[in-house]
Design a protein around this ligand. Structure first.
Ligand code: PEP
Length: 255
């Protein structure tokens, strides 16, 4: 099935509310009216409101980078799905490798968040991917399988159209080392096969699987033209309007 491509920007812990507003305005001016590619911007929590104002009335959607699975309560420093919804957030990145490795997020925690996202009508962008040591040990597919299956426990076929998976080899994130198109396609096809087992064939064909890891304008076209690569999750290249917009245009150009 041909899925509409999705380009999502993960700003990580970058941009104040004011800087984010300026960047989002530039993105909206360039790609806010086109309809060929879905575009999501994921600023830090503190810039969600200002970026939300900038994208209002455009095709650009607002995403968060994390959330707590509970709706409210004694969870100091955390932010919940209803709080994100109140700021017109539509997407949420979950299980990013930085959350897993730096903040101890387990597969079980990611699963709770995925279920909470669906319960609150947020579209999860579920990140999976192997470390360099795991790739070198030949366990890439096993790692991706475990992360995907555990994160999707309790998810039904009716939720597939709102589910987005990002395959992000940890060794390619922020390192400038990009997976080759063949390496990425192999894992994307494997994830598609897992989704067939978990959700059934028609639903699996509706899930968008993004590639993430040093994607930039110079390597995007080849990655995005692979059969099972339905878009990109972009870190570094999302911090400047010019490169991010070029990636959206590269996705639009892939037939
Ligand atoms: C990311 O962290 O999601 C990412 C893909 O980062 P970068 O594009 O900088 O590798």
């Amino acid at each position: 099935m041909h899925l509409k491509k999705l380009i999502a920007g993960n700003w990580k812990m970058n941009k104040t509310a004011g800087d984010g507003l300026a960047l989002a305005k530039d993105v909206v001016a360039a790609v806010g009216k086109q309809n060929e590619v879905d575009v999501v911007i994921c600023p830090p929590f503190t810039a969600l409101e200002s970026v939300g104002r900038a994208v209002e009335g455009s095709v650009v959607r607002l995403g968060a980078q994390n959330m707590h699975p509970e709706a409210q309560g004694a969870f100091t420093g955390e932010v919940s799905a209803p709080m994100l919804r109140a700021l017109f957030v539509t997407h949420v990145i979950l299980g990013h490798s930085e959350r897993r490795s730096l903040f101890g997020e387990t597969d079980a925690a990611v699963n709770h968040k995925v279920l909470a996202a669906f319960k609150n009508q947020l579209k999860p962008i579920l990140c999976v991917g192997e470390s360099l040591a795991e790739r070198e040990a030949g366990s890439t597919l096993k790692v991706v399988q475990t992360q995907t299956e555990r994160a999707l426990e309790g998810v039904g076929a009716d939720q597939a159209a709102s589910l987005i998976i990002a395959y992000e080899p940890v060794w390619a994130i922020g390192t400038g080392k990009v997976a080759t198109a063949d390496q990425a396609q192999e894992v994307h096809a494997f994830i598609r096969g897992l989704l067939v087992k978990i959700l059934g064939e028609p639903a699996a064909q509706r899930v968008r699987i993004l590639y993430g890891g040093s994607m930039k304008p110079s390597n995007a076209a080849e990655l995005l033209s692979q059969k099972d690569i339905d878009g990109g999750l972009i870190g570094g290249a999302a911090l400047e309007a010019r490169s991010f917009v070029e990636l959206v245009k590269a996705a639009a150009a892939v037939k």
